[in-house]
Design a protein around this ligand. Structure first.
Ligand code: ATP
Ligand code: MG
Length: 355
């Protein structure tokens, strides 16, 4: 059983709910991060208790009810607010965002099935251990982002998941699994229907992540679908993680008017728009308009820049055919994103694993 150290106030909430007969688990990002030995940003709890039942279990705590129609109650504990959400099944989706209605469930597995990626769809309980119906742990080990269920359907339900996928890839340094990637790329047209705020929030998290530069280089089409005002993506360094300089770096080749228009559409507050615009003006001029593919090529980042060739893969036991090209592409992605070293031993070992 994986070892996870639970903060005291979270353990108390689980114990209280279960003591009253309501099953409860830690779910989502906190389980993922704890298994990766990253500090979780918050600990979310999912429970069979209905929101009113949850509130009744904690008469001594103030409960914030703003999310109650979606089943979420925020308990104000001594360790800070903790979100407790009733197991949910999402109804039909509208407009490729938000389900039409949600219904509550008493089955945690149903709740896990509506979640976006396998690594985000695990539950953990101090006594029962890990509940992982979709192979999230294995994908964590392989550092892969994979949709729960049919990826085309999941992106069609909610196009924000495409940006979340790119965001998690940048934050965690994970590769996007082939089927998930090809579904994401075929669903890019749906991104245009997302609200400005949601695009802004996801892209801000992406741009501030350590792997932002790699993800922009690997999946430029995803970012360009969210920001169609840009004709190309400039190179974004891994440097200062402040959101405003990050946005400024992204918009460096835009005119002042175009940058302000884009930021207004994304509903940035006007003070931030001015700050970003000022930061753009202070940036040194970039080498003009070199397309990304060219830049990668210049940096030796094409399949031919890999330190092994298709012939080496045949030597490993690959059969001649399109599989060889696909494996080389996947190695290249690994090298660009920094997960693989461009060195024959490491490449061959990885090629052997994905054969
Ligand atoms: P972070 O560390 O950024 O908070 P997180 O995984 O907790 O990462 P949240 O956006 O806080 O991400 O969402 C919490 C959980 O809710 C996710 O782990 C996932 O299980 C689920 N979730 C959130 N947004 C979606 C979505 N659009 N579609 C499906 N599941 C989602
Ligand atoms: Mg979270």
């Amino acid at each position: 059983m994986p070892k996870i150290i639970l903060p005291g106030h979270i353990g108390k909430i689980l114990a209280r709910l279960e003591g009253r007969g309501f099953e409860a688990w830690c779910v989502g990002g906190c389980v993922r991060d704890a298994l990766l030995t990253r500090e979780p940003s918050d600990w979310d709890i999912a429970t069979a208790a209905l929101p009113r039942e949850t509130i009744a279990c904690f008469p001594e705590l103030k409960a914030l009810e703003t999310g109650i129609v979606h089943g979420t109650v925020a308990l104000m504990t001594e360790g800070g607010p903790v979100e407790v959400t009733t197991y949910r099944v999402d109804g039909e989706y509208t407009g490729h965002r938000r389900p039409l209605d949600v219904s509550f469930s008493r089955d945690v597995r149903e709740d896990l099935a509506r979640r976006d990626f396998t690594v985000n769809a695990m539950a953990w309980h101090p006594a029962r251990g890990l509940l992982d119906p979709f192979g999230g742990r294995e994908d964590l080990r392989a550092r892969l982002l994979r949709c729960v269920g049919d990826p085309s359907r999941r992106f069609d339900e909610d196009a924000l998941r495409i940006l979340r996928c790119a965001r998690f890839s940048a934050v965690l340094g994970f590769r996007i699994e082939e089927g998930t990637l090809s579904a994401a790329l075929s669903s890019l047209g749906l991104i245009g229907g997302l609200s400005g705020e949601r695009v802004r929030d996801e892209l801000t998290k992406l741009l501030c992540a350590p792997g932002a530069g790699g993800v922009l280089g690997l999946y430029p089409e995803i970012i360009l679908a969210a920001l169609p005002e840009l004709s190309h993506l400039p190179e974004v360094s891994e440097a200062p993680p402040s959101p405003l300089p990050r946005w400024a770096a992204l918009l460096r080749d835009c005119s002042d008017g175009a940058a302000r228009g884009l930021l207004t559409r994304l509903r940035f507050p006007s003070r931030e728009i001015s700050e970003i615009a000022r930061a753009v003006r202070q940036l040194p001029l970039a080498p003009k308009d070199e397309p990304l593919a060219k830049r990668l090529e210049r940096a030796g980042m094409t399949v031919s820049g890999l330190k092994i060739s298709g012939r080496d893969l045949l030597g490993l036991g690959y059969s001649p055919g399109p599989g060889v090209g696909a494996a080389l592409e996947s190695l290249l992605r690994g090298v660009i994103s920094g997960e693989l070293i461009n060195e024959p031993g490491a490449l061959l070992e990885h090629a052997g694993k994905i054969m």
